[in-house]
Design a protein around this ligand. Structure first.
Ligand code: KG4
Ligand code: ZN
Length: 366
């Protein structure tokens, strides 16, 4: 069964063809990073308009790379939330129209579930590994979410813990802003941290007792306190227009040249990774778990992948799954996979399918 996946929940436009839920035939991602960089983060209206211009070429390219005609597509899976409403509308409206015109089934997919299903994908041309074994403990770390989820079967989720303030990806993004490293923050901090000493600064970890919840806002404040002494006065805007909302230009902070950026970035990254990994290992010990899966954009972080592999590897009887790098950040292959497994359970969306900017994991898929 060939599923065409479509993902437009934020600032990436993606289309993919996936066979039988796991075999990726193509996965095309058009990034808007350059568009938003000048603003220091995603501007929702600009993101939605860029989705509108990218969607058709991206779908055409995905079909071309998969060497698959529209007549060979059996169903369409599309992200219906959570995400930016304007961006989601473009993908859902496109998917709905195409499914209607071709008389094929449509399924609306929860973006968070899609991130988890990245762990079922085999990259183009790669050998297919075994499926992760249930019960699964998932660490979902993206720009908007940080959750520990227990998955007892396909489509069966129990939320064990979540962030009480910032998501892990958001913490990386805000930390990068504070350090003047730009957008997107995760890759920028990872790069800046190379060669830095992770124990140079004793930044706080919010353990929150035995709870499986997370909190990263205190860490951000602590970083702010460390960089403040190095901060130079802001430059004046060159023209008054630059301050026009909603597309105001971002002016990165300026610092003295002697600021220990690598040490700060490494210590900041270590504080996030330490909490994520310790809490995941703790949850594994407290629940029945056969596999641990990592998912979401922050899953691309090398320090996190290494630490998790060390700590989970040390717990006997538990297998760790980590998606290929290209399936960590937003992509349509994971949407097609989640849609395939949902359809196997009998899920199908009606033409009244709507977007939902806030949708919890396990929220209604139809
Ligand atoms: O899953 P994703 O692509 O979009 C959402 O659904 O939010 O995640 C984006 C987040 C951003 O906050 C970005 O900074 C973070 O993932 N990210 C990383 C890395 N690559 C992306 N964080 C840490 N290290 C990375 N290498
Ligand atoms: Zn995402």
């Amino acid at each position: 069964m060939n599923v065409l996946g479509i993902e437009t929940s934020c600032d990436e436009t993606s289309a993919a063809v996936v066979r039988n839920g796991r075999e990726v035939q193509s996965n095309v991602v058009a990034s808007q990073i350059e568009l938003h960089r000048a603003h220091g983060g995603v501007v929702p209206e600009l993101a939605a308009r860029a989705q509108l211009t990218a969607i058709i070429p991206v779908v055409e390219e995905a079909l071309r790379q998969a060497d698959t005609g529209l007549d060979e597509i059996d169903a369409i899976a599309v992200t219906r939330g959570p995400g930016l409403a304007g961006s989601l509308l473009v993908g859902v409206n496109f998917a709905k129209t195409l499914a209607y015109a071709r008389s094929i089934p449509l399924v609306g997919v929860n973006h968070l579930e899609a991130h988890l299903y990245a762990n079922w994908l085999a990259p183009v041309g790669d050998e297919m590994g075994a499926e992760p074994e249930f019960p699964i403990l998932a660490l979902l770390v993206s720009g908007g979410h940080t959750e520990l989820v227990s998955m007892t079967g396909h489509g069966q989720y129990q939320l064990l813990g979540q962030t009480r303030d910032d998501a892990a990806g958001e913490a990386f993004d805000k930390g990068a802003r504070l350090l003047g490293l730009g957008y997107p923050g995760g890759p920028a901090i990872q790069k800046a941290a190379e060669g830095g000493r992770a124990d140079a600064f004793a930044l706080p970890r919010a353990w929150l007792g035995d709870s499986h919840d997370f909190s990263f806002s205190g860490l951000k404040t602590a970083l702010l306190r460390e960089v403040e002494p190095y901060r130079l006065p802001d430059e004046e805007p060159e023209t008054e227009d630059e301050n026009d909302l909603p597309f105001r230009k971002h002016r990165p902070p300026r610092f003295r040249a002697d600021m220990p950026v690598a040490d700060l970035a490494a210590s900041f990254q270590e504080a996030i990774v330490d909490v994520l990994v310790s809490k995941t290992a703790n949850a594994v010990r407290n629940t029945e778990t056969n596999s641990v899966v990592l998912a979401g954009g922050v899953a691309a972080n090398r320090a996190l992948r290494e630490r998790l592999s060390d700590e989970i590897g040390a717990i006997s009887g538990t297998m760790l799954r980590v998606p290929a790098f290209s399936y960590c950040t937003d992509n349509a292959a994971m949407v097609a996979a989640a849609g395939y497994y949902a359809m196997r359970r009998g899920a199908q969306s009606g033409w009244e399918l709507d977007v939902s900017s806030r949708l919890p994991i396990g929220g209604m898929i139809l």
